[in-house]
Design a protein around this ligand. Structure first.
Ligand code: NDP
Ligand code: 2IT
Length: 448
């Protein structure tokens, strides 16, 4: 951990005092503040305008009861959240997560990260996040529908295409967005396509949105490798998770000629030396909602492991695409010992601060999530553009837009890192570049 400038230390202390027990939120704020040491030295106007303090306090935080009835007639009570963090650059924008571990601190860390990620895309979107501690695992479609309808019965009054635009995240995919959109339309009596992104292609969704986060992460890795005249082609890749981000990261890595040999879920990991069969993985995880043991059972050379973790599998490229703090210091040491050359975060904050230090001290190219996984929300913004103009674009055109956006995100990070004397440090570059964009807009808007 690096020291903070006294002004930033004071801001951080306020964050700790105001948000007790929210460890992930503290972790996310600390990382950004450490990068800003060099910025406050050159830009006193941000300190005078209390911009950093304001950024750490959400504009609005909503927490509400979500009652629903299961298929046996039992009533369940979950908690719903929406944290509208910062709207300096556009309407609040960010996903909804349904997972039993969701609490206010998790939603705040995700919302805080989202502000900077969204700024990096160069598109007009502010930052927010939401979700619930509802666990969709093992629930029928009818139960998920009733839950989504109940959540939206409160959420609808807070969102809108010019106000706040939710999308998916862990546990929220096309099925959930469909039920949420249906209920929003029913309550408001408005066909407001731009109120949610990640919609189905039959009712206003965008081509490439499903693939975008995973594809974007690999495109960012491609750009990072190119700075050292390296390519993805022929390299061994490991991916954690086997959900939306992991599946399409694996697919894009294979399209670029890499060999993806492992992936994981919360029950263990699979090693498949023949290369992960992405079509089968999609069938098992997306269609059947099954487990990786089901995948392994259908592949002759694949092995399923419940001891240890996927980071022990030798690889040159590692793509953590599951959840926060899934890759710790020990895992980073194992990756380094096995000769890893690049790590790109498809998930939000999957590497612990310890892991990031170990990787960067060993000269491993490291892409933080707020840069590497920005392709998902960027394509959500492209969905909003298509909805606003009542248009829909072809796959190839949309993928080209995504590719260019990721090239630009990489460039913004690299240039800011250079300008502030830390060449190759994508964490510093991402935080500095996005902070300055949001901070300048906030200064322009006055004290609000
Ligand atoms: P999914 O729900 O589709 O998949 C999540 C995957 O991660 C599953 O394989 C799941 O395993 C695993 N996982 C989740 N939580 C845990 C946990 N606590 N411990 C171990 N494994 C876990 O989610 P996404 O792929 O959409 O999201 C993955 C990550 O990417 C998240 O950090 C999310 O915030 C981030 N992200 C997502 C974007 C999107 O557009 N979807 C955009 C940018 C970032 P299991 O099935 O066993 O639970
Ligand atoms: O973390 C993320 O960027 C997302 N879950 C996607 C957000 C979005 O609005 O598409």
């Amino acid at each position: 951990m690096n020291d903070l400038d006294p002004t930033l230390q004071c801001v951080f202390q306020t964050v700790l005092d105001r948000n007790p027990g929210e460890a992930e939120f503290h972790q996310a704020v600390r990382e950004v503040l450490e990068s800003l040491n060099v910025v406050v030295a050159r830009h006193p106007e941000y300190v005078e305008g209390s911009i950093i303090e304001r950024l750490c306090e959400p504009e609005r935080q909503l927490m509400f009861r979500v009652p629903w009835t299961d298929d046996q007639g039992n009533i369940h009570i979950n908690r719903g959240f929406r944290v509208e963090f910062n709207s300096a650059l556009g309407p609040f924008k960010g996903g909804l997560r349904f997972h039993p571990t969701v609490n206010l601190g998790i939603v705040k860390f995700l919302g805080f990260e989202q502000i900077f990620k969204n700024a990096l895309t160069g598109l007009p979107i502010g930052g927010g996040k939401g979700g619930s501690d509802f666990d969709p695992k093992g629930r029928s479609d009818a139960e998920v529908m009733r839950f989504c309808q109940s959540l939206m019965t409160e959420l609808y009054r807070h969102i809108g295409e010019y106000t706040d635009v939710p999308a998916g995240d862990i546990g929220v995919g096309g099925r959930e967005i469909g039920y949420l959109f249906g209920q929003y339309k029913r309550i408001t009596n408005r066909y407001e396509s731009g109120v949610l992104t990640g919609k189905g292609l039959s009712y206003g969704g965008s081509q490439v949105r499903t693939e975008a986060t995973g594809y974007g992460t690999v495109i960012f890795a491609r750009e990072m490798l190119a700075t050292r005249n390296l390519e993805l082609s022929g390299r061994r890749v490991i991916v954690s998770g086997s959900g939306n981000v992991a599946i399409y990261a694996a697919q894009k890595a294979q399209q670029l000629g890499a060999q993806v040999v492992a992936c994981s879920d919360s029950g263990g990991y699979v090693v498949d030396e023949d290369g992960i069969d992405v079509d089968l993985l999609r069938q098992v995880k997306e269609v059947d909602r099954g487990r990786l043991t089901d995948y392994a059972a259908q592949r002759p050379r694949a092995t399923h492991h419940t001891e240890g973790n996927v980071w022990q599998v030798p690889a040159e490229i590692a793509l953590p695409c599951a959840t926060q703090n899934e890759l710790d210091g020990d895992a980073a040491k194992a990756l380094v010992a096995n000769g890893v050359i690049a790590v790109a975060e498809g998930a939000n904050m999957p590497c612990t601060p310890d892991a990031v230090s170990i990787l960067t001290e060993n000269d491993v190219l490291f892409a933080p999530g707020k840069a590497a996984n920005a392709g998902g929300v960027a394509t959500s913004a492209l969905e909003m553009q298509q909805n606003a103009s009542r248009d829909s674009w072809h796959f190839d055109h949309t993928e080209q837009r995504l590719d260019q956006i990721m090239v630009d995100v990489h460039k913004r990070c690299a240039e800011a890192a250079d300008t502030y004397g830390q060449p190759g440090n994508y964490v510093a570059g991402a935080n500095i570049s996005s902070f300055m964009q949001v901070a300048d807009a906030m200064l322009a808007h006055g004290v609000i």
